[in-house]
Design a protein around this ligand. Structure first.
Ligand code: CA
Length: 628
């Protein structure tokens, strides 16, 4: 990198320091450590709460030759709030500790605490769900507030972590909502949009919404999701209770983490502690590969250490099941591999995946980025397959663009076969080896909808303008069948299974609840769709052939035969998957007796009815045949 003005390699060589940073509490004393070789003076401020203006105690910290500042405060500081006043180049600024494990309202002050006091009853007995392979997971992407903001469902703690712990929540038709519904759907892992402290929602007021991709404190939970944002214990305890409740129902929790940038730049806690060190630059300016004004320089040793320390702390303290990395392409490969090694020492089954792209132009050379092209260099991480997504329904950047199921079948057929085969190279498919981003199906996260862009249903309504609602529903079901019956890791956005719509809003990051919320009455109104998704998930779980673990097995056990009008058959072990994306009936001459497990109307892990001879594959349908 050509950035002599911000060349920190000398700093890393001379000052890298592998101490435990942050406030380390014991009953007898709390040890405060903060790293800043550039600071001239650092003062620790202790406060009785998160509001009172003046600290009850201040201590000047001692600096060692590694740029590490330390202070040991005697006595039990459980429940005390703290900040640092950092003097750099003659200017003193007060900031929260980047290592703060909890915080007061709006994340301005850290809180020191005895972690045992944040453990809900029974916490010692809870453990992650430990899915042996990510290929056995069924992932459900969900926003904390969306889950419970709908007034047509009987949640009490609307918009809060605690809503996940409520039993017997019903919609207006008496349908069972909440976590029990998600469990019944067959979901194994709930991926929560950012649950750690973000900046854009004022925690002192009720009612505003944000996705949360504007991180402030990486190690402290978001206060607006807690019932008491002024009390640093509440947010930690309530998030732990959410996780414990999911675990008690056999579901894991995956946390969305945003280590690629920070909300603020010049005034972020990172900048106040050590200006410029934690960020990448380009021609003297902040590099903006996140599209949010900055990007974290993960390759700098103390920035990489921060990310790794943070992940390990969260995995261990919250007994999480995995992480989803926002704009993972901005994090350097070396750091990610080191993190995976450390995380697996804590939990060998930890699930790791992310977005294998950036959100703008980064100054980190491409060869160092954890982008899709370099997926083979980060083998412990899965990546969202935009190949899968765009192939099924067309580009997310052009509403009218069509994919395999909504108008452009023939053009997308080879790619469709490829993504059914987990995106790995397959000799029967016309797709170059170089275009397959992975050799391992576990690296491909297969999806047609996430929080970004139009929902799948909205996209189909736009791109199939001249089609009937019946055809749109049929295409939606095809999309679902392709997600769950393909090799790789299935992923859906919450509500996708009941035709979630955001009224065609592309980027609903700060849209009101009425756009974003799960509309729980729809689980009853569209019960037929929900059942279809349920059936597909059951098929996937019951038959390991849909979860093959290697490219070799996929090439050996999956074969293809083309039919007319873009249709084809995928032979998957003993199953035949007939995929008809056209508007005409396609006749298939069966050479044997089969049972139907899924058709245009129903999907089941048990045979629905027998077929033989001439099978008429309905327009816009996926038919799964098997022998018993
Ligand atoms: Ca916050």
């Amino acid at each position: 990198m050509n950035e002599t003005a911000f060349d920190f390699s000398g700093i890393d060589d001379k000052y890298y320091c592998n101490e435990e940073l942050g406030a380390v509490w014991t009953k007898e004393e709390t040890v405060f450590r903060i790293w800043s070789p550039e600071a001239e003076k650092i003062t620790l401020n202790l406060y009785g709460d998160c509001k009172t203006e003046t600290p009850f105690s201040r201590f000047e910290m001692n600096k060692n030759k590694k740029g590490l500042w330390e202070h040991k405060a005697q006595g039990d500081l459980n429940g005390v709030y703290y900040t640092y006043s950092v003097l750099i180049k003659g200017a003193e600024r007060e900031t929260i500790d980047i290592y703060a494990k909890s915080a007061g309202v709006n994340g301005k002050r850290g809180m020191i605490f005895d972690p045992a006091l944040t453990n809900p009853e029974g916490w010692e007995k809870t453990s992650p769900v430990n899915t042996e392979s990510v290929l056995d997971a069924v992932i459900y992407e969900l926003h904390v507030r969306d889950f419970s903001s709908d007034e047509n469902a009987s949640f009490k703690a609307r918009g809060k972590f605690s809503a996940f712990c409520e039993e017997n929540v019903k919609n207006q038709f008496g349908g069972l909502c909440g976590l029990n519904y998600i469990k019944e759907l067959g979901i194994t892992h709930i991926h929560l949009l950012p649950v750690f402290d973000y900046a854009s929602v004022d925690e002192s007021m009720e009612g505003s919404f944000n996705w949360g991709y504007d991180p402030l404190n990486f190690n402290a939970p978001e206060g607006s999701y807690s019932t008491s944002p002024y009390d640093g214990f509440a947010r930690v305890r309530e998030l732990k209770r959410l996780i414990m409740t999911a675990h008690s129902k056999g579901m894991g929790i995956i946390a969305d983490v945003v280590y690629n940038h920070t909300y603020d730049t010049d005034n972020s806690p990172f900048s106040l502690i050590f200006p410029h060190y934690y960020y990448r630059h380009e021609n003297g300016n902040y590099s903006n590969g996140s599209g949010c004004g900055n990007e974290i320089a993960s390759e700098r040793l103390m920035a990489g250490k921060f990310i790794c320390d943070s992940l390990c702390y969260l995995l261990k303290e919250y007994k999480l099941d995995g992480f989803r990395f926002d704009l993972m392409g901005l994090i350097d490969i070396k750091t990610l591999n080191f993190c995976a090694k450390k995380l697996k020492e804590i939990n060998p089954y930890v699930i790791l995946y992310g977005e294998g792209w950036t959100g703008g132009v980064s100054s980190l050379p491409e060869k160092y980025r954890a982008v899709k092209k370099n997926a083979r260099m980060v083998p412990d991480y899965s990546m969202f397959s935009d190949d899968f997504r765009d192939c099924v329904k067309g580009s997310v950047f052009d509403d009218n663009d069509q994919g395999f199921i909504n108008g452009k079948a023939e053009k997308n057929r080879e790619l469709m076969k490829s993504v059914i085969a987990g995106g790995v190279y397959h000799t029967e498919i016309k797709r170059n080896k170089e275009d397959c981003f992975t050799d391992n199906p576990s690296q491909s996260v297969n999806y047609t909808e996430s929080h970004d862009n139009l929902t799948f249903y909205d996209k189909l309504r736009v791109s199939m303008k001249n089609s009937s609602e019946d055809n749109i529903i049929a295409a939606d079901k095809m999309g679902a069948a392709l997600v769950f019956l393909s090799q790789g890791v299935p992923f859906i956005q919450a509500g996708q299974e009941f035709l979630r719509s955001k009224n065609f809003v592309h980027n609903s990051y700060n849209s009101p609840d009425c756009v974003n919320q799960l509309k729980w009455n729809n689980i009853t109104i569209f019960a037929d769709m929900v059942d279809y998704y349920k059936g597909l998930i059951k098929i996937r779980k019951r038959y390991p052939i849909f979860r093959l673990k290697s490219a070799e097995e996929i090439r050996e056990k999956i074969h293809f035969e083309d039919l007319e009008n873009g249709a084809f058959i995928a032979y998957i072990g003993g199953f035949s998957l007939i995929v008809n994306p056209s508007y005409t009936v396609i006749s298939v001459n069966l050479k044997d007796n089969y049972y139907v497990f899924a058709d245009k109307n129903k999907a089941s892990d048990y045979p629905l009815y027998p077929v033989s001879g001439n099978l008429e594959a309905a327009p816009l349908s996926v038919i799964l045949l098997g022998r018993c």
